[in-house]
Design a binder for this molecule. Structure first.
Ligand code: GLP
Length: 257
């Protein structure tokens, strides 16, 4: 498909897909959805993602907070995933990422900011605690997702059942390559081989879901989501055909649609 407009709204396999020519418009719309959710319910539970894609998102959230247009004061956040076996204070932990990008730059209360604990003695029990915490807190109102090069969501690797709950996962070689060599994390040291992630079933329970992908390196994964039906080999294909899901893409990531 060729995209010539500044913003193109499509319905692909019953899924809302919005393609932007300008990334700034994409992130502005993504943050507007957050503002809308918090306006309706200031105590909303927000599901958050990490990765290079989301740096622009958090920059915009921090800016809107600084301007007084957005407040996270009463809300709670639940991150999708975290590595196993490093300290939360490790510069490469997702806790550190969130602290740098969001917690230290907004009025979100630290006690309302949740991630699985990377240094838990029993990661399996920690995954269970996290799943229960989300449930006890009333579930996720608005979930943000990025996409791995292999189509993963959170750290749900190809083959993960669509009804999975928060669990410990052995990372695939593709993901280890993506998050070390390709993205430049864990330079000069071994990247953790295990992580904890909300399951696909946990994610699909969210009341609203926004998936963001930018850059031509995501084009293949995005293309695969919409080429075939739902299939376990492409975890993000589980999101198709749901009214509550919106894909926000830039032209580069949408070039194989
Ligand atoms: C990582 C994270 C995902 C993230 C994805 C894309 O492995 N576990 O939650 O969405 O990969 O990351 P990036 O934005 O750096 O491409």
């Amino acid at each position: 498909m060729k995209f010539t407009k500044r913003k193109t709204v499509l319905s692909l396999s019953g899924t809302r897909v919005v393609v932007y020519s300008d990334k700034a418009d994409l992130f502005s719309d993504a943050v507007s959805e957050l503002a809308k959710t918090l306006k309706e319910n200031p105590k909303a539970n927000i599901g958050l993602a990490t990765g290079a894609t989301f740096q622009d998102f958090y920059r915009e959230v921090a800016l809107q907070c600084r301007k007084g247009k957005l407040s996270l004061k009463k809300s709670s956040t639940f991150n999708l995933d975290e590595y196993v076996g490093i300290k939360p204070s490790d510069p490469e932990s997702y806790y550190s990422y969130m602290n740098n990008q969001l917690y230290s730059k907004t009025d979100l209360k630290k006690e309302n900011a949740h991630l699985p604990r990377s240094d838990a003695k029993n990661p399996k029990a920690e995954a269970q605690r996290y799943e229960n915490l989300i449930k006890k807190s009333g579930g996720i109102d608005l979930q943000y997702l990025g996409i791995g090069n292999n189509g993963h969501i959170g750290f749900n690797e190809p083959g993960t059942p669509f009804d999975s709950k928060t669990h410990v996962v052995k990372l695939s070689e593709a993901t280890i390559r993506q998050n070390s060599i390709e993205r430049g994390y864990f330079v000069g040291r071994k990247m953790p081989r295990y992580a904890m992630t909300m399951g696909i079933g946990t994610i699909l329970k969210a009341r609203k879901i926004i998936v963001i992908a930018t850059g031509s390196h995501k084009a293949e994964a995005i293309g695969r989501i919409f080429k075939k039906g739902k299939n376990k080999e492409v975890p993000a294909s589980s999101l198709k055909g749901m009214k509550k899901v919106t894909f926000m893409l830039d032209r580069q990531s949408a070039q194989r649609l």
